[in-house]
Design a protein around this ligand. Structure first.
Ligand code: NI
Length: 159
């Protein structure tokens, strides 16, 4: 297990456009593993490569309750969106904060998996929100740019 440092809002790398992945290498596979480790450790539902300082078009998501449905998206492309959903969103690069953001209610994304096999996935609800949020990271955008109203403090939840 290898954790990488999560870049925080204000780090210029978060505002850059990421480059497509040309081919899978051991280095890329290690990066993906580390992205999952870093995301799960931080209790996130998604993480994009630029958030750990790597300007490649890769993000990972797991929106399951148990944290046992890892999904990796390489060179993703949003091919369809419809409807809207409005709700609170957060980001590991903007710790302790939340804001209301409107996203599509339904998305279709095409991407490549860790074997560089192309797949197409439909998402609704939280999955649709996560896909749009993470995809924005690949173009240097943070959700706070889309905030409706103030970016608020989240009360820390204690176990
Ligand atoms: Ni984020």
């Amino acid at each position: 297990m290898a954790l990488r440092e999560i870049r925080i809002q204000g780090d210029p790398i978060l505002n850059k456009t990421c480059k497509p992945v040309a081919q899978i290498s051991d280095r890329i596979l290690e990066l993906i593993d580390d992205m999952f480790d870093t995301m799960y450790e931080a209790n996130g539902v998604g993480l994009a490569a630029p958030q750990i300082g790597i300007l490649k078009r890769i993000f990972v998501i797991d929106v399951s309750e148990e944290g046992n449905e890892p999904m990796v998206f390489i060179n993703p492309r949003i091919v369809k969106t419809s409807g809207t959903q409005t709700g609170d969103e957060g980001c590991l690069s903007v710790p302790g904060k939340t804001a209301t953001v409107t996203r599509p209610g339904y998305v279709v994304v095409e991407a490549y998996d860790e074997n560089m096999e192309k797949f197409k996935l439909e998402g609704e609800g939280l999955l649709a929100r996560a896909i749009m949020h993470e995809n924005d990271h690949l173009d240097g955008h943070l959700y706070v740019e889309k905030a409706e109203g103030p970016v608020r403090d989240v009360k820390a939840t204690q176990e």
